[in-house]
Write a protein of this length. Structure first.
Length: 213
């Protein structure tokens, strides 16, 4: 019997269409142009650090022996917030969450995220729908580290087999939760951030989870 549903956030509940391409343009602003390195190394680090955008860009600049001016930092930060302001909740999310709440299921978000995700959660008013929200930058650990899933289990006070995990990443939201005894569903969305290129998936609409509860 399912007593709790754990959700990934990005490209499962919320997206920023074409985020990958748009954010690369931001990184190319001024002196920070080696976007491939930033994506593979530094964004991952930001997901585990409670840095402001200014602190993140200063860190990137220092690693390159560069000094960004206050104006460059202000412009980067402004454009970054403007990008995150384009985030949107998928149309089926609020009705599904309302249905799950009516069924008294415990709901949790587990997301690899930077502090800017807080801005998005407030803007979209998603936080009120969840009992617990675990963001990697606050926890200091990221999916697929088993500890972040185990913390969600402890907070929700449910057993592994009582959880349905819904996300878009076959490893972080599929294989690892399943290895911990959870049931899993991989969702494929349209209009995604472009960060995931999943080839295998179980559902294309969030309403399809009703059949697995």
């Amino acid at each position: 019997m399912i007593r709790a549903v754990f959700f990934d956030l990005w490209d499962t509940l919320i997206t920023i269409p074409h985020f990958k391409e748009k954010s690369k343009k931001l990184y190319s602003f001024g002196k920070l142009s080696d976007t491939k390195y930033i994506y593979t190394q530094e964004i991952t680090l930001w997901n585990k650090k409670a840095w402001t955008p200014e602190q993140f860009f200063m860190y990137c600049a220092r690693k390159r022996g560069l000094l960004l001016s206050k104006l460059e930092l202000m412009e980067l930060t402004k454009k970054w917030y403007m990008l995150y302001a384009t985030s949107r909740v998928y149309p089926d999310v609020h009705p599904v969450l309302a249905h799950l709440q009516e069924r008294k299921l415990k709901l949790t978000i587990i997301s690899n995220s930077t502090p800017l995700t807080e801005f998005v959660l407030k803007r979209t008013k998603l936080s009120k729908n969840f009992d617990h929200i675990l963001l990697s930058y606050k926890e200091g650990i990221m999916k697929p580290d088993p500890r972040i899933y185990q913390k969600a289990l402890q907070l929700s006070k449910v057993s592994n087999h009582e959880v349905l995990f819904v996300g878009d990443d076959i490893n972080k939201d599929g294989k690892v939760p399943k290895s911990l005894g959870m049931q899993t569903l991989i969702i494929k969305r349209k209009h995604t951030t472009g960060l995931q290129q999943q080839k295998k998936y179980d559902i294309t609409r969030l309403t399809s989870i009703y059949s697995y509860l």
